[in-house]
Design a protein around this ligand. Structure first.
Ligand SMILES: [Zn+2]
Length: 353
């Protein structure tokens, strides 16, 4: 009953980061540039991290070398016995539009419906600028305002129109009162507004906005969204978040720590909830990354126990949620029996130099 939460992380990250180059050297000396090399490095890191609490600091490096060798050896054994990567099932794509004529008629209806939601003044302002080409300066004079204020208002109105257009085109009434503001905040691409409106929290729970707002979120290149249901998806999630971390200026060691944590929360989804979603974003106010793993599975019955070191309910492979927590700066678990689990974790970028 009730949501339980666990937060905080301890400081094992730097130690692990220090091991990364060494582990990479050991693995590469055995597999060269084999595509699996990065996976093997991460697998090694995961195992070392899992064992770290039981190992004296001075012994960690030797333990890591031995583990790297074992991981590589078992990888080859596995390769020899069966093929690991099965071909991906059909990629689902949007069907090609059946009839452009009908679509554009629907488009016009949706645009009319969207404009209909504005007040007469708002409509005049948008149409004067967008259709008649009246400049913001001229509009400012006409409305007794400043060009900057007019531009800002036009920006907000365009975002609202875009959201209303998507709602109208969906031919569905949004399920909650928050959907329209959320879609408008997405369309406006304003980070602060997005936070004020609670866009990310809403998207985690609202299927309507996920679908209708899809074109708006996908266009945001700095947001990673990966649906997770298979082992292959775990790899995709890890790689996508790693790319984002690189774009955000994290160094190679930090990229590995972050993507290893992503592997663990994604694996947790596959093992316990069967399917879920991993998203990652830049932090809005400081250099860093936020990763959210959400599922609608059975929930974690005993979070305190699940977060204890050494606790794994599956085969001992990997470091589980306690390990993921050690790799990140903040770690929060919200879980509810029968409704699912949301894990939110962040890592800050070190100041350069
Ligand atoms: Zn919604």
């Amino acid at each position: 009953m009730g949501a339980s939460a666990v937060s905080g992380a301890d400081g094992r990250g730097p130690e692990v980061a220090a091991l990364h180059p060494m582990i990479t050297r050991v693995v590469r000396s055995r597999v060269g540039n084999h595509p699996a090399a990065e996976d093997l490095v991460q697998e090694t890191l995961a195992r070392v991290l899992g064992a770290a609490p039981r190992i004296e600091p001075g012994r960690l490096e030797a333990y890591a070398v031995t583990t790297a060798r074992n991981v590589v050896a078992s990888h080859w054994r596995e390769q020899a016995t069966h093929t690991r990567h099965q071909p991906r099932l059909l990629d689902l794509e949007e069907p090609p539009s059946p009839d452009e004529g009908i679509l554009s008629a629907e488009d016009r209806t949706a645009v009319r419906a969207a404009l209909g939601t504005l007040t007469a003044d708002e409509r005049d302002l948008v149409l004067a600028h967008e259709v008649d080409g009246v400049s913001t300066r001229q509009l400012a004079t006409r409305f007794n305002s400043t060009p900057g204020a007019v531009a800002a208002q036009l920006h907000r109105l365009r975002a609202r129109l875009r959201a209303e257009y998507l709602v109208a085109a969906s031919r569905t009434e949004p399920p909650t009162e928050r959907c329209r503001p959320v879609l408008a905040a997405l369309a406006g691409r304003d980070t602060r507004r997005r936070r004020e409106v609670g866009v990310d929290e809403h998207l985690d729970t609202c299927d309507f906005c996920q679908v209708v707002g899809g074109s708006l979120t996908i266009a945001d290149e700095r947001r990673v969204v990966v649906d997770v249901a298979t082992d292959r998806d775990i790899v995709d999630a890890r790689q996508a978040v790693r790319r984002l971390a690189a774009e955000l200026g994290f160094d190679a060691a930090d990229q590995t720590l972050i993507s290893t944590a992503v592997s663990e929360v994604a694996r947790n989804i596959v093992k316990f909830a069967e399917r879920g979603r991993v998203t990652a974003d830049p932090l809005p106010d400081e250099p860093g990354i936020r990763v959210v793993a959400r599922d609608r599975g059975p929930g974690i019955p005993d979070v305190e126990r699940a977060m204890r070191d050494g606790f794994t309910t599956y085969g001992g492979l990997g470091l589980g949620l306690p390990g993921a927590r050690r790799l990140m700066h903040t770690f929060d678990v919200q879980t509810r029996a029968g409704q699912g689990t949301t894990i939110t974790m962040t890592r800050l970028r070190k100041d350069p130099g």
